[in-house]
Design a protein around this ligand. Structure first.
Ligand SMILES: Cc1cc2nc3c(=O)[nH]c(=O)nc-3n(C[C@H](O)[C@H](O)[C@H](O)COP(=O)(O)OP(=O)(O)OC[C@H]3O[C@@H](n4cnc5c(N)ncnc54)[C@H](O)[C@@H]3O)c2cc1C
Length: 398
């Protein structure tokens, strides 16, 4: 059959745009149901983010996944999909493919060898269920006519009953990220919530940077807090500001111009500790080196706290110093942006989608899955778990 442009049109039950974790999982599940499926991907290979994820070993899920590990304007939205495809379900698949894996910490499951193992798993499953994958193909236009979705692509025209948007977020444009999913949503009058880089390093103002960039490379265990959100993990000073797992986690919550709070010595109430040592003649800097990396202790003393013997500070001063060490406040100047963000927060408004099927309420047959949706996981394998779970959910209905 030819379309009005005279192009030959290929029919598929399901067309999926984007061959990342979500699109591939959806394709496999729809294929299992006997649906004819094609994935359209503009990169030269599938799963580019899977390949680089987890430092090349793909933190493919988290065994402790709970709905609380996700940010969304509707915190209940992800519950249904996460309950129907669990970390154990994905682990079963990984074990069936004899991929060795291990828990690194906090339920984070990584491949022992390489993230390429996960890509091969998904490729093999696609072959098993006759999923076609069209690489290096861009979508020129999408429309809905006579009950079918019509796609014009750089490699021909397609018609389908179901169209699944799995194009991910805006993070790391060099790996193929585009705003395609949001554009399609707007074309079909589906609301898109504002997007922002998340799981991203934070930058410091010039004044703070002048002091703290000398600590570039220093890392320490902390508790980082922003409003109600709090994470106990390492922070890392960088030449632009702050990074490390605790900072990446808090960046997903942080709003511009507001302070984040860092407890540099989470094990101890430093007001009490300094009070107990108030009569000692030891210099504050040397005392703090017992509890902090030496370079950080020096910078804090040189620029903020002074470096006198402990017995030369008043009780009130020691209380203030103790308080600051347990609650240091930074107002970041911004983030390092989409070029460095692991994910994109915001996106397709979940009020527009069925939480059971991921189908758009206004446009039957149109599905949105994965990172393009306003569901953003914490660091630690939760984002892939959402990709698998939302892909699985849509795959049962597309
Ligand atoms: C450096 C890095 C490390 C990460 N590590 C982890 C980790 O270890 N664990 C974890 O859980 N999460 C990790 N993440 C996050 C995780 O990679 C994403 O949340 C996940 O890949 C989202 O899956 P997705 O299928 O929704 O989107 P994506 O994986 O982004 O896939 C979308 C696909 O759509 C394609 N596409 C986009 N636009 C178009 C278009 N117009 N036409 C055709 N194709 C298009 C893209 O090329 C891409 O292949 C990491 C992210 C980054 C950047």
């Amino acid at each position: 059959m030819a379309n009005i442009l005279g192009e030959l049109v290929t029919y598929k039950d399901v067309v999926i745009i984007g061959a990342g974790g979500a699109g591939l999982m959806c394709a496999i599940e729809a294929g299992k149901r006997g649906r004819s499926v094609i994935i359209i991907e503009h990169n030269s290979d599938i799963g580019k983010k899977i390949r680089i994820s987890g430092g090349g070993r793909c933190n493919f899920t988290n065994s402790q996944t709970k709905p609380d590990n996700y940010l969304s304007q509707n915190p209940h939205f992800a519950k249904s999909a996460l309950a129907r495809f669990t970390p154990e379900d994905f682990c079963r698949l990984v074990k069936n493919h004899q991929i060795p894996f291990h828990e690194k910490k906090l339920g984070q499951l990584f491949c022992d060898e390489s993230s390429q193992n996960i890509i091969e798993l998904l490729k093999k499953e696609c072959v098993n269920y006759n999923v076609d994958i069209l690489l290096e193909t861009s979508v020129v236009q999408a429309s809905f006519q006579d009950g079918l979705f019509c796609l014009s692509t750089s490699k021909g025209a397609y018609q389908s009953q179901s169209l699944v948007i799995a194009t991910g977020g805006l993070s790391i444009p060099s790996l193929g990220a585009t705003d395609f999913g949001y554009k399609i949503a707007r074309q079909f009058n589906i609301n898109v919530l504002p997007c922002r880089p998340a799981l991203v390093p934070l930058t410091l103002k010039e004044k703070d940077l002048a002091v703290f960039k000398t600590l570039s490379g220093v890392s320490l265990d902390t508790i980082v807090t922003y409003e109600q959100a709090s994470f106990r993990e390492n922070i890392l000073f960088t030449h632009k500001g702050l990074s490390g797992p605790a900072i990446l986690q808090i960046s997903s919550y942080w709003q511009p111009k507001k302070p984040i709070h860092i407890n540099f010595i989470p094990e101890l109430d430093m007001r009490q500790v300094l009070h107990e040592h108030r009569s000692e003649t030891l210099l504050l800097g040397n005392f703090l080196k017992r509890h902090l990396p030496a370079r950080l202790a020096e910078v804090l003393c040189d620029h903020f706290l002074g470096n006198k013997p402990l017995n030369r500070y008043s009780s009130e001063q020691l209380q203030q110093i103790g308080q600051r060490l347990n609650d240091w406040q930074f107002i970041p100047s911004g983030t390092e942006g989409y070029a460095k963000a692991e994910v994109t927060a915001g996106g397709i408004d979940t009020n527009e989608l069925s939480s059971k099927t991921m189908e758009a309420k206004k446009v039957p047959g149109l599905f949105f899955i994965g990172e393009v949706v306003d569901v953003t996981g914490h660091l630690g394998g939760f984002n892939f778990q959402w990709a698998w779970a939302s892909g699985f959910a849509a795959g049962q209905y597309a």
